[in-house]
Design a protein around this ligand. Structure first.
Ligand code: IMP
Length: 183
């Protein structure tokens, strides 16, 4: 862990690598059962969900397809305004498809709420959300998340795709930043 965190910013591990792998395998099995007759198009929301997507697709035993989207939210500091811009759009048409959005974390819910509206307008046959993490305490708008990896407390987490200042995405576990060290 020192190589990834030379400055010792990570205070503790919240979810270990083995627990993540076990949960991803379980979600993959659920998706395999639920979508057996209609293999989904997985839409990965960049950048945070790329590690989760990579493991999740290999836990799904169906002929799935994947596509990627990147969004950026306008807002001052850590305050999320809910105004979201699509920075990279899908390459595929989703009309008539069974779409499963793969997200890293649902915090206020504002980003996903916007994204869902935008995707719904393209008339998919079905649209569902799979999020690795959710912070229920922070929710400002309700978003229907069909598959949840873990519910976590209101703390800033990093690792397994999630970043702090673009770092720590390559951590196998999910950890908590030591806020006292952040200046
Ligand atoms: P929301 O619109 O408030 O739900 O924000 C969702 C986005 O904020 C996620 O896709 C993440 O990119 C980012 N985010 C929220 N909480 C965290 C966290 O604890 N660590 C890293 N990124 C986070």
């Amino acid at each position: 862990m020192n190589g990834i965190d030379p400055d010792g910013l990570i205070a503790e591990t919240l979810i270990g690598a083995d627990a993540i792998q076990a949960r991803v395998a379980a979600i993959g099995a659920e998706i395999t059962a639920d979508y057996a007759d209609n293999p989904p198009l997985l839409v990965c929301v960049l950048k945070g969900a790329f590690v989760f997507l990579a493991d999740l697709v290999r836990a799904i035993d169906l002929p799935v397809e994947v596509d990627f989207m990147a969004i950026s939210s306008y807002g001052s500091g850590t305050q999320n305004s809910g105004i979201v811009r699509i920075v990279k759009d899908l390459e595929m048409t989703i009309e008539g498809r069974d779409v499963l959005v793969v997200e890293d974390i649902v915090d206020s819910g504002l980003t996903l709420s916007y994204l869902i509206k935008s995707l719904q307008a393209r008339r998919p046959r079905s649209l569902a959300i799979c999020a690795l993490l959710t912070k229920p305490e922070r929710r400002e708008v309700e978003v229907p998340v069909r598959y949840v990896g873990f519910e976590i407390p209101n703390r800033f987490v990093i690792g397994y795709g999630l970043d702090f200042d673009e770092r720590f995405r390559n951590l196998r576990a999910i950890g908590v930043i030591d806020e006292a060290r952040l200046g």
